[in-house]
Design a protein around this ligand. Structure first.
Ligand SMILES: Cc1cc2nc3c(=O)[nH]c(=O)nc-3n(C[C@H](O)[C@H](O)[C@H](O)COP(=O)(O)OP(=O)(O)OC[C@H]3O[C@@H](n4cnc5c(N)ncnc54)[C@H](O)[C@@H]3O)c2cc1C
Length: 397
C-alpha cells in the first residue's frame, strides 16, 4: 500500500504551511483558545481569519466554483484540514457546522435559489449556521422532536424549544428540524427548514459549558413566521436529510493532525521534565502510554484518510463516519488522560497560574474531551449505527 501524497499535493501542503505562518494572528496564539472556548475577542479574530481563508479559496475548498468554492480535490481538502488543525488556526466548529455539515446538505436537497444564496454565503465566510436538532426530550432519539412547523397561508409558523445549539448566539441561520405531520410514524413527519435567526419570536438563551464558556444555547421559537421558501427539500422527508447531514457531521478528517500536535508537545515535555530526580521520559509506564497513544492516533489518521478517499470517489460515508467519530472521541479522552498523567499535578493548573505547563492546554482538552462523545450523537448511538449499518446486525431485539 502506498499512502504517499503526490509531489503537487506535498507542494500544496508547504504552501498552506507558509501561508498559515504569515496569517495566523499573534494575538490568537497568545489567547490559545481551544475547542468550545470562544470569547468575544477570539470569535472576532476567527471570523476575520475565515474571511481571509475564503478570499484564498480555502474556506470551502471542495465546493463547486458556482457556489463560492475552488473545486479542490478532497485530498487537498484533507491536507488543508490537517494543516489548519495541526497549526491551531482560528477555524473552529462554526466552520465545520456551516461549511462541512449544513452546506453539503443544502447542496444535496436545496433548490437552486437556496444553493446560490446560503451555500455561497457560507463559502465566502459571510454567514454561519447553527443546528436546531436537540430538544429537552429529543437527543439520542432525535426523531421524537416536538418543535412544530404548521403551514399557514404563504408560510409556516414555528413553535418549540431547541437545546444545546452551538453558536446560536452568533448564527445568521438555523438549520432546523421541525415536525410538519404529527399523525404519522415519527420519522415520517419531520421537515428541514432554514430559519433566519433575526426573525421575530426567536429567543436565544446561553448555556455555559464545562470550560465556563458560552458555546451553546437554548433557542425558543414562539409563533415564528417563516416563508414557504424556507423549507429545504420535500416536506415530511426531513428525517432522511437530517441523517445525511449527521453523517457529514461525523466525518472528521483533520482531528488526527490536531492530536499529533498534542502528542509531540507531551513527548517534548517528557524529554525535558524531571519527576522524583529522574527524567520523565525514562519512566517505563510513561513511555508505554505515549507509545500506545501514538499508535492509536495513526489508526485514527487512517480512518480520516478513508473518509477523504470516499468523498474523492463520490461515495457517502455513513457508518464509516460513526466509526471514526467513536474512535476519535474515545481516543481524545485517553489522550487527555495520558496527558494528565504525564504532567502530574501541574496538569490541573489553569492558564492564570505561573506553574501551568503547556499553557494548561491538556487540562482544557481533558474537560472538552468529555463533550466529544456526546455532540453529534453519543458514543452509544455511534456503536448502534456501526452495528446496524456497518455490521448488518438487527435494529431491535
Ligand atoms: C459540545 C456539544 C455540542 C452540541 N451541539 C449541538 C447543536 O449545535 N445542536 C443540537 O441540536 N444539539 C447539539 N448537541 C446536543 C447533542 O446532539 C445531544 O446531547 C446528544 O444527541 C445526546 O442527547 P441527550 O443529551 O438528550 O442525551 P440522551 O439522549 O438523553 O442520552 C443519555 C444517555 O443515554 C444513552 N442512550 C440514549 N439512547 C440510547 C440507545 N438507544 N442505546 C444506547 N444508549 C442510549 C446515551 O448514549 C447517553 O449516554 C451538542 C452536544 C454537545 C455535548
Amino acid at each position: 500500500m502506498d499512502f504517499a501524497f503526490t509531489p503537487e499535493e506535498e507542494a500544496f501542503r508547504q504552501e498552506v504551511r507558509q501561508w498559515l505562518k504569515k496569517e495566523i494572528p499573534p494575538r490568537w496564539i497568545e489567547l490559545d483558545a481551544g475547542l468550545w472556548e470562544e470569547t468575544e475577542e477570539s470569535w472576532a479574530l476567527s471570523r476575520e481569519f475565515q474571511r481571509k481563508l475564503s478570499q484564498k479559496g480555502w474556506l470551502a475548498p471542495a465546493y463547486p466554483k458556482e457556489y463560492g468554492g475552488s473545486e479542490m480535490s478532497h485530498m487537498r481538502r484533507l491536507i488543508l484540514s490537517e494543516e489548519l488543525n495541526y497549526n491551531r488556526a482560528p477555524v473552529s466548529i462554526e466552520v465545520e457546522i456551516s461549511v462541512n455539515w449544513v452546506g453539503p446538505a443544502i447542496m444535496l436537497f436545496g433548490t437552486e435559489e437556496q444553493k446560490k444564496k446560503y451555500v455561497t454565503e457560507v463559502a465566502k465566510g459571510e454567514s454561519i449556521f447553527c443546528l436546531g436538532y436537540s430538544e429537552p426530550n429529543a437527543g439520542s432519539d432525535l426523531a421524537s422532536l416536538q418543535t412544530r412547523a404548521v403551514e399557514d397561508g404563504d408560510g409556516y409558523v414555528i413553535n418549540g424549544q431547541k437545546s444545546w445549539c452551538s453558536y446560536a448566539h452568533y448564527a445568521n441561520y438555523c438549520w432546523l428540524g421541525a415536525r410538519t405531520d404529527p399523525d404519522v410514524p415519527k420519522h415520517k413527519g419531520i421537515s428541514m427548514f432554514i430559519v433566519d435567526m433575526k426573525t421575530p419570536g426567536i429567543t436565544v438563551r446561553p448555556l455555559i459549558n464545562i470550560l465556563d464558556c458560552h458555546s451553546f444555547n437554548e433557542v425558543f421559537f414562539d409563533d415564528v413566521r417563516i416563508p414557504k421558501e424556507s423549507l429545504v427539500g420535500e416536506k415530511n422527508n426531513g428525517w432522511y436529510q437530517l441523517v445525511m447531514a449527521l453523517d457529514f457531521e461525523r466525518s472528521l478528517i483533520g482531528t488526527a493532525a490536531a492530536n499529533q500536535r498534542f502528542i509531540e508537545e507531551l513527548l517534548q515535555h517528557a524529554k525535558e521534565a524531571d519527576r522524583g530526580g529522574a527524567r520523565l521520559a525514562d519512566d517505563p509506564l510513561i513511555k508505554d502510554e505515549l507509545a500506545e497513544i501514538a499508535v492509536e492516533n495513526e489508526v485514527l489518521r487512517m480512518m480520516c484518510y478513508r473518509i477523504a478517499w470516499m468523498y474523492s470517489k463520490n461515495l457517502h460515508p455513513s457508518y464509516e463516519s460513526s466509526m471514526s467519530l467513536l474512535f476519535c472521541s474515545e481516543l481524545l479522552r485517553r489522550l487527555a488522560n495520558v496527558g494528565m498523567r504525564v504532567l502530574g499535578p501541574y496538569g490541573q493548573l489553569d492558564m492564570d497560574s505561573k506553574w501551568a505547563v503547556l499553557n494548561a492546554r491538556i487540562m482544557r482538552a481533558y474537560l472538552s474531551a468529555l463533550s466529544i462523545g456526546v455532540g453529534g450523537g453519543s458514543n452509544e448511538i455511534q456503536r448502534n449505527i456501526v452495528a446496524m449499518r456497518g455490521l448488518g446486525l438487527p435494529r431491535q431485539q
